[in-house]
Ligand binder design. Sequence first.
Ligand code: PEP
Ligand code: MG
Length: 582
Amino acid sequence: MEVRRGIAVAPGVAIGPALVLGSEDFRIPQRFIRADAVEIELTRFQAALKAAVAEITGHEELAVARLGKQYGDIFAAHRQLVQDPKLVKDIEELIRQKCYSPEFASSRVLRKYAKTLQNLGDRYFAERANDLFDLEKRLLRHLLGERREELTQLTAPVLVLAHNLTPSETANLDTQFVLGFATEVGGKSSHTAILAGALELPAVVGVGSFLSDVSGGESIIIDGNQGVVIIDPDDETLRSYRDAAQKMRTAAVKLSSLGPLRSETRDGVAIHIYGNIEFPNEVEHCVERGAEGIGLYRTEFLYLESDTEPTEEIQYDAYIRVIKAFPTGPVVIRTLDLGAEKFPHSMQEVIEATPNPALGLRSLRLTLHNLPMFKTQLRAILRAATLGDVRIMFPLVSSLLELRQAKMILGDVIEDLDDQKVPFNSKVKLGMMVEVPSAALMADEFAREVDFFSIGTNDLIQYTLAVDRANPAVANLYSSADPSILRLVEGVVTAAEKHNLPVSVCGQMSSDPIYIPLLVGMGLRELSVTPQSILEVKQAVRNLTVAQSQEILARAKSLDVARDVENYLRGEMKKLSADLVL
Ligand code: PEP
Ligand code: MG
């Protein structure tokens, strides 16, 4: 049994067989063979080995002819490696003695060798380990041939283990069979993490290098509460996790009784809770858990799910589904926030070629550079807005000029619809995300030009602290509790109050119950949270008075280090939930 720690990003426990995603996204479907099939399987292995050697020799000859002998030598080394008598013997022994399938045996042996090289702590040897992974892929390709199983063709439950999953890969996971996932890289507020929550899949990211220990098919536990991945758990661990999962189900049922209850503090102040969604089908959870509307609809996922740009009608239909679930409550539709790590396949090359995509042509900037795309979406929103309390929100606004430009485009679209006599709602409220430090600092000025603010702490933290939200190497520096963040958020709330402007927080900060006293203390009365945390946030609200929240805020503001603020808030949360009132 091997226990690995990472960053917990979506709660719950998943137990099942591993599906390891290599760059070629295939897995080993069968681990064992029948004893009477050993000779046939050995022959199959030798044939695959021969084919791999022939393939490498072909590459070697081509490299020598085109680039010269020193490049051919790279392949010559691969050829020697894959024919190494000790390596071949080790694989054959596992097939013969343990009845491992040739796929499983090859993967096991090559990964064991690679791990030994990686553990030598020398860059040269670590790079040779990559050669072994390359050989593993090559051998598996020949062994599996037509039997390669792709992520899109699952037929049985699996836990997906990968170096990385892009938001678009995550969005396309088949939740009928994928029970959870763990990745070597990734951070707490990455979009991949947010999607895990949206799909309600237990997930751990930022585990660090661990895939070389797993071949596929092993039993795995993903603990999305503690941020733990367990490979080949022993019976006792399995039993205790199964018990814990049962207890969690019981606690969730208890918490669900909060759904129909009001979201108000103990002294009767209403704190409106809305849902953050990425997919229209998430509205069902929001309704069930008692959200009053949708405070953030991340519409870009419609783009990430398909290879072609969604038409106006497709977008309109998606919006209608959401609005129908909340015919009276607000539905805040955020315009496309593509770019950085969220990009459709078709944009991959453009975005990846940018050295600093988080600071580049993303979000509102990207839509302002692609007006047909922007206008199509605005038309769909304005048309859908005839059916409910729809609001438009612009993401990543960083200057007043940019906001004014976007408002002008909105004006043009309204004129077009008017001219074409297409039914639409011209009175749609217009808001903006406050998620760039410049916008937070200029909140007073922005407040005169929009109908509402929604504070996006995920990006606000990333840009204020200069910490990549998706990078596990700096995850310890990424914190909602940083005094600079508290100061910025409070400043935005104060500016909004001054202009009588509705303001909410829709970043992950408001989905974490420990921050609820702080946000209520600052004066926030609207929170938009992930569907998974609606009930917990409501519970935190109902256990609090406004006076208590103000005291907690005052004390938190007297601390000057994020870690102290976080520890203090955790302690207060414990005290408040000790005399829990549902
Ligand atoms: C944010 O940045 O806080 C936010 C809500 O937007 P996203 O997570 O989609 O970038
Ligand atoms: Mg954002």
